[in-house]
Design a protein around this ligand. Structure first.
Ligand SMILES: [Cu+2]
Length: 334
């Protein structure tokens, strides 16, 4: 960290070598982290030095001017009123420090908010309580609950939410952005180290907020394309219950529906197929293909008794093949 500080003096814009793991910060793995870690280190060391200076001066004065006796105390000399040179110095010096901090901070902020034009785009979707990421395949697309990115290529994430406010937070890239229902937001990064780093939701979004975890996998040079091709082929080839089983976790159905008979946010899927479901309005209906399809595309059409209508619609997110797969999967859960 000290080296880091020295490098700051040499080149305030971009240090030559990014720091690795430190006591304060998680490993940094994006080009955008550098400006941020600088300012952070600078601030913390400035604060430590200032605090030390104040405390040392305080002890010094406390001992130096300690009253020798009660009588001496009563006849204490008045102190001088002010010292112009000293007062100007302690106002102007910090002013320069604060201006420097502003310039570095502002530059870092602008860099962080301006994705390079050639950045590749990926979609991040937030829902209670899961992140999903969309990838473009040669044919159609792929949704996964892990973020996969190539090494050393700028990536712009386009973020949205289907329900409430969430925030995509990738500490190792030092970047964070709100996911807002009905609006797109974005952030960008360029990974500098292959590996896996955690992703959090940084906006309190309800019961399972703290479980809204994912990870970003930075593929070593050249391996991202291989991964994408394989994952696309696999996603496309799965049919029937296998496809449904995959979607159950990939699409986040598992955040609200269990397979073991216990209700969660939504009813369990165990024993769902073929039973007669009762609804909040007093009616009932047999659970068949059409009922499940409707529950997925238009969840509030029939609200199951005892549950809040909190399921998001999957219209436009799931294909017919996906819905077939989910129906087939639910059939197997007796
Ligand atoms: Cu969240």
């Amino acid at each position: 960290m000290t080296l880091h500080l020295l490098a700051l003096l040499a080149d305030p814009q971009l240090p030559k070598s990014a720091p690795s793991d430190s006591f304060w910060l998680p490993v940094d793995a994006s080009v955008t982290t550098r400006n941020i870690d600088w300012v952070w280190d600078f601030l913390i060391w400035m604060s430590v030095l200032t605090a030390l200076a104040i405390v040392v001066a305080m002890f010094h004065f406390v001992t130096k001017y300690r009253a020798k006796s009660r009588a001496a105390n009563e006849h204490a000399e008045p102190s001088s009123e002010h010292n112009t040179a000293l007062e100007i110095a302690w106002s102007v010096l910090p002013l320069f420090v604060v201006i420097a901090l502003f310039v570095w901070g502002f530059k870092g902020f602008v860099d962080l908010r301006t994705p390079p034009k050639e950045a590749m785009e990926l979609r991040a979707n937030a829902q209670k309580w899961k992140w999903t990421f969309d990838y473009k395949c040669a044919r159609g697309g792929l949704t996964d609950d892990t973020l996969h990115v190539p090494f050393d290529r700028p990536v712009r994430m386009v973020i949205s939410s289907v329900d409430v406010l969430h925030a995509l937070y990738i500490p190792s890239f030092r970047t964070k952005m709100d996911a807002v229902p009905g609006r797109y937001t974005d952030l960008w990064f360029q990974a500098t180290k292959a590996g896996e780093y955690p992703i959090f939701c940084a906006e309190y979004c309800g019961t399972s907020h703290s479980d809204m975890l994912s990870r970003v996998v930075v593929h070593p040079p050249g391996e991202y394309e291989t991964w994408l091709k394989g994952a696309c082929e696999k996603a496309d080839s799965l049919v029937g219950p296998e496809r449904g089983k995959k979607l159950y976790t990939q699409q986040g159905c598992d955040t609200c529906h269990t397979l073991d008979g216990t209700p969660k946010i939504g009813p369990t899927w165990k024993g769902l197929w073929g039973k007669s479901e009762s609804f909040a309005d007093g009616s009932s209906h047999a659970v068949d293909e059409n009922y499940i399809r409707e529950s997925i595309l238009d969840p509030s059409a029939k609200v199951v008794k005892g549950f809040a209508p909190s399921m998001p619609t999957y219209k436009g997110k799931l294909s017919d093949k996906d819905i077939d797969g989910l129906i087939e999967y639910i059939k197997t859960l007796q």
